[in-house]
Design a protein around this ligand. Structure first.
Ligand code: PPE
Length: 306
């Protein structure tokens, strides 16, 4: 899948041409995965393009960096302004924005405190698990790979190296003919997808794994929790077992890239009726309304690109 190339990329504080946005082969992060990043979406609205929950994403980036003792060379505010600049300069209406901070060149070795460099690119990106997947639901498999426990890797940070675990799980699932993987944590409870958080619905109540199940504290997870509450549904952050997945009425993934994606089958067992569930679809619809700026109540989550 080729990336939809855009004109400019923001690199260390200035816009450069797409093809100029390069790093040296001895970049620390290339060898050891010492990077932290974000994934943010910008949507078209009647008031122009709007970036969804921009500040929360940049704040999470700062926290991820802190965990790995990386000092970001820009403030959250400066990074928010840079994101707006990238969208604007490229004339994009709807896009995915990828800020990354990484240890650059200088010394080699694990302890190297090489200067932290930053870049931010934006490009048009469709639904993570396919247009069709979002409409009809996807088929998933519980992975043989578990999420690293918190005393092995701080999975609450969105760090480059952490994705090696996700890559193994995703490749395994796709090679076996499924769309995505669900990973369990080191205790055997449900954690999350390779690049999404997971929810189930049982008897009208939403359940999602807690922070300590080695999940990334997803911003879409938070959005869906707020929307569900406001729609009158109860939401519980609780440990989920594998069999609770099999007997759920509905299941879905959340993520900036995945948005809300229904799950119609888990380990060859149909979820509910084997089709996207009604509460899932209501949440997906509401999510789309909100990100496209059609719900004044949640306008505080939008940063307009003017
Ligand atoms: N868990 C993981 C492991 C994860 O990577 C993501 C985002 C989430 C949960 C959901 O977080 P949030 O986007 O804040 O709701 N995954 C990104 C895609 C990773 C990729 O490049 O592939 C994303 O959705 O942007």
């Amino acid at each position: 899948m080729g990336l939809a190339k855009t004109k400019y990329v923001w690199v260390n504080g200035r816009l450069v041409g797409w093809d100029e946005a390069k790093v040296h082969v001895l970049t620390h992060a290339l060898h050891y995965g010492s990077s932290v990043f974000e994934g943010i979406r910008c949507y078209e609205t009647s008031r122009g393009p709007a970036i969804f929950r921009l500040k929360e994403h940049m704040e999470r980036l700062e926290k991820s960096a802190k965990i790995y003792m990386m000092k970001l060379p820009y403030t959250v505010e400066e990074l928010c302004m840079a994101a707006v600049e990238v969208v604007k300069a490229n004339g994009l209406k709807e896009c995915y924005i990828r800020p990354i901070a990484f240890r650059g060149t200088g010394e080699m070795g694990l302890q190297a405190q090489n200067p932290v460099e930053m870049a931010m690119a934006a490009w048009p990106w469709g639904p993570y698990l396919g247009e069709e997947g979002q409409k009809k639901g996807i088929r998933v498999k519980v992975s043989s790979y578990i999420r690293p426990p918190p005393h092995s890797l701080p999975m609450n940070a969105k760090a480059g190296g952490h994705y090696l675990s996700s890559i193994l799980a995703k490749m395994e699932a796709v090679k076996a003919g499924y769309d995505e993987a669900i990973m369990l944590d080191h205790r055997g409870f449900v954690s999350e997808g390779s690049g999404e958080n997971i929810f189930i619905v049982k008897d009208g109540v939403l359940y999602t794994p807690p922070l300590y199940a080695s999940i990334l504290l997803g911003i879409t997870r938070d959005t869906v929790m707020v929307l569900a509450n406001d729609m009158g549904y109860k939401v519980a952050e609780e440990d989920l077992t594998r069999s609770m997945l099999y007997t759920a009425d509905e299941a879905f993934f959340t993520g900036t890239a995945a948005e809300v994606t229904p799950i119609r089958e888990i380990d060859d067992r149909p979820v509910g009726g084997g089709q996207p569930g009604p509460i899932t679809m209501k949440l997906l619809k509401e999510y789309k309304e909100v990100v496209h700026g059609r719900k004044p109540k949640y306008d505080k989550w939008l940063t307009y690109v003017k």
